[in-house]
Each structure stands twice: as C-alpha cells, then as structure tokens.
Design a protein around this ligand. Structure first.
Ligand code: ADP
Ligand code: ZN
Length: 735
C-alpha cells in the first residue's frame, strides 16, 4: 500500500501561539484523505480557534485528542524534510515552533481564501516602420522600445513620466502595436535586463568553479567560503555553480541581502536564467502578499529550479536542493532582528547539512566567524584575490580631521577631490554613516575615545545623566575634563548623523546633480531602483547615502568615494564595531574604479591611527582578521565564545530593574561556565514607552548556554506581571 492510502489518524501540529512545543490533534475521517504534512489547518486551542501547520503524522495513542477542524489551503505548503528543518530552527533559536513556521512562510497566507487577482498589462512592440516620429518625447519612447524589442506599460511607466497618451499616439501613427497581456507578479519587470556576456573565466575563478563542481558531483554537504575582493567576479562563479547544479537535475537557492537594494544583481541573474530557460522564482519582503504566495506555491509544487530571495527564502520549500549561495554573507540583514531571530546564513549551513547540499558563502569581507571556520577547515576556502580585467583596487587615503579643521562636513582635501572628479565628468559616492546614534565622547585634538575596561567597547555618553556608561556590563564613570591621551580639553559628544551634507554640496557645487539615497528617500516603491537607474545613466553626479550605497552596486563611472564620518561607526558600542567598519569601508571603497578609470577613496576621521582604518587603506583583510581574531580570543567573544542576549522590558522601571537583577543572580548561580554580564540598560533604553534592560550571557561552549536557556524557560514564569523577556541566540546587533 502506498502512503497515500494510509490515512493519518493523528498529526503533530505547530500552532500559531506562544507555545514552546507542538501539539497532537486527531484527524477526523472526513479530512483524512486530504491532509498532508505541510497542510495549513484550523484547530481548537482552549476556547479559541487558531491556525496550525501539520509537521508530522503520529500515532494517536490512547489519550483523547481534539480534532482538526479544517484544512485551509488546497495544497501543502512544504514537505516533510522542510517541516523537520523548521522545527530544528525553532528549537535552535528558542522560539515557539508555530510562530517560527508562520515567519518562514509568506505573509500572504493570512488571507487564505482569496486567490490573488490577475493583473493586466499592455505590451508594446515596434512595427516594421523605421522612420522616426516628429515629437521629441515620442522619439524618446519609441527609441527605447525599439532598443528593447518590446516593453510593457508597467516598465515604461517606471521610465517615462505619464507615457499613456504618447503611446496611444504612437499606436495611432502606426509606429507601435499593442497587445493585452497578463502581468506577471514580478516586481522586476521594470529593470531593463542586460544581456549576459559569458566571460572566459580567469584562473582564480576557474579554480573556484572546479572545486565547486567536484563538490556538487559528490552530492554531499560541503560548505565553502568564496573570498573575493570587490569586483573580482564572484557572481560569475555563482552562476557557473548554479548551472552545474541544474545540469545535475538539482535545484539552487540564492540568498541576497535585501533584494530591493540589489536590483542590478537580480537583473544579472534574471538575464542569465532567461537565456537558459530556467524556471526562476523571486521571493522577498518587497513583494505584495499575492506575489509572494504565488511564488511560494510555485516552489512548493516543484515548478522553480532556482529561487532567489532575501533572508526568509532560506525556508523555501525546494525539494531537490543541491546548492545554497549566500551572497555578501557578512551582511547584517541576514539576521532577523525581531520575533524569530534567526540568522539565514547560519540556517543555510544547517539546511545544507540536512539536504546534503553544497553551501557557498561569498564576500569580499567575510564575517570573522566565517573566516575563522575556514581557517579551522570547517569550510573550504576559495580565494579571488584580484579584480577582473586587471583593474586595480582603488587607492585609499585617510584625511585627518584634527589636521584639517573644518567648518562644514567636507574637509578641504575631500572638497578638492570632489571638484576634480566633477570637472572630469566622473561620478562620486559620499557615505554618511548614520548608524552611530549612540553618542560618545571624542577628543577633537587627538581622536581618543573612552572605552569600557571590562568589555573593550566604547562607553556611551549621556548628557542628561552626565555619565559614561557601558551597555554590556553597566560600568560607569563621570565624563573626564580632559583627554587621557593628549590632555586636551576638547572632549565633545559625537555620534549624531546629519543631513546638512546635501545642502553643503549644493552650495559648494551648484552645477552638480546631487541625489540622496537613504531610508527616507527610498521608502516609496521603486524609488531606490530609480536612483540606481539614474546613477547608471549618469544623470547623477554625486550620490550621498547611508550604508545602502555600499551594497554591491556596479557603477563604472564612479571614481571617487568619500566617507564623511568614519568615527561614528568605529565607536559604536559593540564588540564587532571594528569588523563592521572594516567591512563597510572596504565595501564602499569597492564601489570606486570599477570601470576603465582608476578609483580613489578618501576617509575623514580623527582616528588616523586606528588599526581597522589602517588595514582598510591597505586592502588587507587577512591582516585585519588575524589581529582582530587575537583580540576576540582574549575576551572569548565570538567566534571563540558564544553569546545569548536577554532583553527585559517593562513599563515600571523599578520593577524591571529588580526583576533583571534577580534573573541575573539566578543565571549566574546556575552555570559556572557562563559569564553573566549586566543587567545594564539597553542602548535604546526606552522603546515604545517601555524601559529596556539587557543581560548578556557569554560562554566558551554552547552546552552550558543551552542549559541556561532551558532554565530560563522556567524562570520566565516567575517574572513579575508586565515584564517581558526576549531571547536572542547568537545576537548580531545588541541595541
Ligand atoms: P563581485 O561580485 O566580486 O564584486 P562581479 O561579479 O560584480 O564582482 O564582477 C565584476 C565585474 O567583472 C562585472 O562587471 C563582471 O561582469 C565582470 N567579470 C566577471 N568575470 C569576468 C571575467 N572572467 N572576465 C572579465 N570580466 C569579468
Ligand atoms: Zn563593560
């Protein structure tokens, strides 16, 4: 008998509720024929009805069980192997399994019964007439469509303001034909797809591809780190590895940091796969609910062989997974910062192991954790040490702000460089780091800052309380009157970003076309694409932006990159701040000189002797990593130790503090091998009107930490009412 006819009698259900385990329900006769692992169902829970997911079939046993009430979707949303993976992930991150599965699945599932409407679109094609119309606007649109061979209304709308009447006129004049089409739920049709040029791989690329092909043929779990400097052609290596995977009849999953921010990369993949006729699905949070539901179901049905997506795509229900690529594996967006706080990069490795797939982590600036794993040979190290086509890496210089005292934000050397760049008709990127919202004291004579003697992170300055404080261990001291290092009296609070820059540049360079790219200017759908398009079309001379501009862009005419305020990032109170700075600055530097003209990078700072900056100027990842890893080891920070961050929040500050202190004492008493730091106020000490404190658990081994988490499950119940606890395993941001 096949399993199809052996109906389930009871099922293990992950219910969407804050429960730390799955529940068993009976399967009524009427549902038995349709119920599968991966089905979404409605079940009773107490006096409520809740949604749940069928994770497994189980033996009903003798106890009386409640019955499943209803099956929601016509088809299962995932398969058994995925169910097991989701449960494992939920356990690892100590998160309720039902809520974890809900996070893993596309959001559109909240409205199950409505099947998403089909969208209509119009496709315009040039006719055989090859004359040109009279009107300039008509000519512009027609030339575009002729060059593209065909273009849809949705695509044209993104390119030309209000094209409707012009298009209608062009049809009337016989220049265009029009056809009604069903619009794909595909947010990338707007991006002009460039034809893919197959390159002859250079020897480093070829070597990497060979090693990957061998691993793929073995059909075994094997993790790789592809460490390639910016512009070294990593994408080309991914594409070849994916092609090999498909060749072998298996499927590939590609994770990218934030799809909305990497339109060029997605366009490259798309063009390539279109040429090869590969079924591609794109999954990410920028899609509408309907779009995501569609894409997910295609994957679950087995109709997609390649899936590209942001973080949550790591859960995509591919059944024949042969390869997982994690592009820019260092990127912070792989870690979900709320709710189910998983790290997609780590889950990719976990999944690869379960599915016997090859996992390829790629970056120019790998995380030190990944790099250390490669040094210990847990990952195979692949190296692309040079840019393609013999292009040099840009030169990087530090501009000492103590020497170049300035009134505005641009130092005189950066002004001069910008003037030269604009005069040469080239483009510039200016990075304004706004992440530094934790104020600190900076000596404006020598650039010294004050650090915690225990934790080696920058002390956070509070003007109101007139104090310096460590937000890991709560060490405190009053602000000194003069600098310890140079005795200067010019200690000033620093750390607030600014938007004055755009203004300043407009004043200094009235003819330059200036644009800004940050969260404020890119909230509208498509706004980011437009900026990228305008940059590519060289309609912008100077692009100012936050770390967003550092991400993977390939603008060949950019020859100058300026970093306005390196110090705010250096002084973020986080043990990873040097790693982040190295990564961010190397990435943004990597945007310069990708075309024919060499690039240069100017970094403004007071901390000219900072080692991280020094290594950035020399493009020396390895040197930086060796030094930083030695320091991490001394304090047992990851990758030489493991962290769990506990955040307690509540409306009543006194009660919260008492609860946090008691919890900390009990945790410290339980495990000798776990260091309990804090409680200390979180950097964001108040959020949405709740006070927040954190306790950081640190241990060399995972086991004692796991035991603490189990204990926490019990202690949690004794917290006073109104005090909430969240647990972050392997935290990345500790704000
Ligand atoms: P990375 O992702 O490592 O920063 P890319 O994959 O964007 O680098 O490649 C940088 C540039 O080099 C791209 O424009 C790409 O098309 C080109 N390229 C890649 N491989 C080769 C090659 N073998 N020969 C010449 N150009 C290449
Ligand atoms: Zn401290």
């Amino acid at each position: 008998m096949t399993s199809e006819t052996q109906h389930l009698q009871a099922a293990e259900i992950a219910v969407v509720a804050p429960l730390d385990k799955t529940l068993t329900y009976a399967v009524p006769e009427r549902l038995a024929g349709d119920l599968r692992v991966g089905s979404r169902v409605r079940v009773p829970l107490g006096r409520r009805q809740v949604v749940g997911y069928v994770m497994n079939r189980v033996d009903p046993g003798d106890t009386a069980l409640k019955e499943i009430l209803q099956i929601i979707d016509p088809h299962p949303l995932f398969h058994e192997r995925h169910a097991a993976f989701y449960l494992r992930a939920a356990r690892y991150y100590d998160y309720p399994p039902g809520q974890a599965v809900r996070t893993a699945l596309p959001a559109g599932l909240s409205a199950p019964d409505t099947s998403p409407p089909v969208l209509r679109d119009r496709l315009y094609r040039p006719t055989a007439i090859d004359e040109r119309p009279k009107g300039a606007r008509q000519r512009k649109i027609l030339d575009f469509i002729r060059a593209e061979k065909a273009a849809s209304m949705s695509q044209l709308r993104g390119k030309f303001p209000a094209p409707h009447t012009i298009l209608q006129r062009l049809v009337e004049l016989g220049f265009l034909e029009v056809e009604e089409i069903e619009r794909l739920r595909d947010p990338f049709v707007e991006i002009a797809v460039q034809a893919h040029h197959a390159f002859v791989l250079n020897s480093a690329q070829q070597e990497a591809v060979n090693r990957l092909e061998q691993a793929l043929q073995a059909k075994k779990f094997q993790p790789f780190l592809l460490h390639g400097v910016t512009g070294s052609g990593k994408t080309e290596v991914y594409l070849r590895a994916i092609a090999e995977t498909l060749e072998m009849g298996r499927q590939a999953l590609v994770l990218v940091p934030e799809i909305a921010l990497t339109p060029q990369l997605v366009a490259r993949f798309r063009s390539w796969f279109q040429e090869l006729d590969v079924n591609l699905a794109v999954l990410h949070s920028g899609l509408s609910d309907g779009e995501r539901y569609d894409a997910w179901c295609r994957v679950a049905r087995g109709d997609a062989d390649v899936v590209i997506g942001a973080r949550s795509a790591v859960f995509a229900p591919l059944n024949e997974l042969g390869l997982i690529v994690v592009d820019e594996e260092h990127d912070g967006s792989y870690k979900q910062s709320e709710g189910f706080r998983y790290n997609a990069r780590d889950l990719a490795l976990m999944r690869g192991q379960r599915d016997q797939a090859v996992v390829l982590l790629g970056s120019a600036t790998p995380t030190l954790t990944t790099y250390q794993r490669a040094r210990e040979k847990h990952l195979t190290y692949l190296d692309l040490p040079e840019r393609t086509a013999e292009r040099p890496l840009p030169t990087v210089h530090l501009v000492d702000l103590a020497e170049h005292r300035q009134d505005g934000l641009l130092s005189e050397p950066l002004q001069a460089a910008l003037a030269e760049t604009l005069a040469a008709g080239e483009q510039a990127l200016l990075l304004l780091n706004r992440r530094g919202y934790a104020p600190f004291l900076l000596c404006h004579d020598c650039g010294a800052t004050l650090r915690c003697p225990n934790c080696d992170i920058t002390l956070t300055y509070s003007q109101v309380q007139h104090s310096l404080r460590c937000h890991y261990c709560d060490f405190r001291q009053p602000p000194p009157d003069s600098c310890d290092r140079c005795s200067g009296a010019c200690l000033l609070p620093e750390g607030m970003g600014t938007e004055r820059l755009e203004e300043e540049i407009r004043q200094s360079f009235p003819d330059a076309r200036v644009a800004r790219m940050d969260r404020d200017t890119t909230t509208r759908k498509g706004a980011h694409h437009r900026l990228v398009d305008q940059m590519s079309a060289r309609e912008i001379d100077v692009l100012i932006g936050t770390q967003m501009i550092a991400k993977g862009h390939d603008f060949p005419a950019v020859t100058l990159v300026g970093v306005l305020n390196a110090d705010t990032a250096l002084n973020l109170p986080d043990f990873r701040s040097a790693e982040r700075v190295f990564s961010l600055l190397s990435q943004v530097a990597g945007r310069a000189g990708r075309g024919d003209r060499p690039g240069r990078v100017l970094i403004q700072t007071y901390a000219v002797d900072n080692y991280a900056l020094d290594y950035v100027t020399r493009h020396d990842f390895r040197g930086f990593a060796e030094l930083e890893l030695t320091q991490r080891q001394a304090l047992a920070y990851p990758p030489f130790g493991h962290l769990v961050n506990l955040v307690l929040s509540g409306n009543d500050a006194t009660r919260l503090k008492a609860a946090a202190e008691q919890l900390s004492v009990e945790l410290a008493r339980a495990e000798a091998d776990v260091e309990v730091l804090g409680p200390a106020p979180c950097l964001l000490a108040r959020l949405r009107n709740r006070h927040r404190m954190q306790i950081l658990l640190k241990a060399k081994q995972r086991d004692p930490l796991r035991r603490e988490i189990t204990l926490l499950g019990r202690l949690k119940k004794g917290l006073p009412p109104g005090v909430q606890l969240t647990v972050d395993i392997d935290p990345v941001d500790m704000f």
